[in-house]
Design a protein around this ligand. Structure first.
Ligand code: ADP
Ligand code: G6P
Length: 354
């Protein structure tokens, strides 16, 4: 007899401040799921949604309850929970998870106004990305897997300068002022979400160059929670051990300041975690296979899949360092979580973590 496939929507949360690499991460993720995601065809050209065969990415800015003018009037920032409608966010993510379509609002980043809603059909994988995917307890309980991109102030500053000064013509002073103005709300409402994330990708200045302040060479750490259902942390050489590894030599070309890996156990907000760290950058991306072959639990489908993905998107920011590497690994882990949930019986809400 034939059994009808059970319809399931797996929900992934991706939290980060704006300008911290969420779109780049989403491009890596949707590529792993086999195809680029594009805005809905024939809809509002200012839609923030991205859709592919398997994945729909919703930007949580769409749940702003106050538009740009409302925020100005009430003197609240977009990071403030009072500018966001968590009741609607919860209702709609829950409905999508239950296989129902929703009429989702659109926050128009050009006009700063809320546009008429767009219809979102339940996808196989729903990614909710933005400032607050883990802020509201109810929304959080709907997430099957969650990631927080934690960009340190120094690096955020370097990236913002790159983008807003070089590409948008803003002055150094105005960039500094805008970062300063966001900081209190960022610290109060965005940053605390990292304690709930199953994986945190931390991006820090390098420790390989003394007093580096260029922000070009990065130390990137992937903090992976232990005991999360469907998710086994990646490890280097031997699970549970502590490893410092300099892979430079015959099989990996490194120029100054070299590359250093670290792997080991730690605690993070009271949780047991495994940490994988890479400081430095790759010279020749195809040699990444050497590093990949020493990593385990990477959830690849074939030998060399990480290297293949990294080479495929060599033009994306961060492809020569730990940001690209760990975003790619996180993408593979998400695919694995999705496949295991799918294989694991009927759809249930509030899938408990062990
Ligand atoms: P978001 O979607 O969070 O706003 P983006 O992915 O659009 O962020 O990235 C914003 C900018 O930050 C990019 O244009 C780039 O200048 C910089 N950036 C993002 N990720 C990286 C990275 N891994 N390495 C270097 N710069 C990056
Ligand atoms: C979105 C972004 C915020 C950003 C805001 C700009 O909501 O996610 O990070 O601060 O837009 O708001 P503004 O009040 O300048 O339109």
């Amino acid at each position: 007899c034939k059994v009808a496939p059970v319809k399931k929507t797996v929900v992934i949360g991706l939290a980060a401040d704006s300008g911290c690499g969420k779109s780049t991460f989403m491009r890596r993720l949707t590529s792993i799921f086999g195809g680029a995601a594009t805005p809905p065809r024939g809809g509002n050209p200012d839609s923030n949604t991205l859709i592919s065969d398997t994945t729909t990415v919703i930007c949580l800015d769409d749940y702003h309850s106050l538009d740009r003018y409302g925020r100005k009037e009430k003197a609240v920032t977009a990071l403030d929970p009072r500018a966001n409608n968590f009741d609607l966010m919860y209702e709609q993510v829950k409905a999508l998870k239950e296989g129902k379509s929703v009429e989702k609002p659109i926050y128009n980043h050009v006009s700063g106004l809320l546009d008429p809603p767009e219809t979102i059909l339940p996808p196989k994988i729903l990614v909710i990305e933005g400032l607050h995917p883990m802020y509201d307890e109810r929304v959080r309980s709907l997430l099957d897997f969650s990631i927080y991109l934690d960009i340190s102030d120094d690096v955020k500053f370097a990236w913002k300068i790159q983008r807003d000064m070089a590409e948008r013509g803003h002055s150094l002073e105005s960039i500094k002022a805008s970062i300063r103005a966001r900081k209190p709300d960022f610290d109060a409402y965005i940053d605390p979400q990292k304690q709930y994330a199953d994986a945190v990708i931390q991006v820090l200045p390098t420790q390989l160059i003394p007093d580096d302040n260029e922000g070009k060479v990065l130390r990137v750490r992937m903090v992976m929670k232990e005991g999360v259902k469907y998710f086994e942390p990646v490890y280097l050489f031997d699970e549970g051990s502590t490893i410092n590894w300099i892979p430079c030599g015959r099989k990996l070309t490194c120029s100054y300041p070299g590359i250093k890996f670290f792997y080991g156990p730690d605690t993070y907000y009271g949780n047991e975690v495994s940490v994988l760290e890479m400081d430095g950058q790759f010279d020749k991306l195809d040699e990444l296979i050497y590093v990949e072959s020493h990593l385990s639990n990477i959830s690849t489908r074939f030998y060399g899949e990480i290297t293949q993905q990294m080479l495929k998107h060599g033009d994306f920011p961060g492809s020569n360092n730990g940001t690209g590497l760990f975003q790619t690994i996180a993408g593979l882990k998400i695919r694995n979580v999705y496949e295991r949930i799918l294989a694991d019986g009927p759809s249930v809400l509030n899938r408990a973590k062990i």
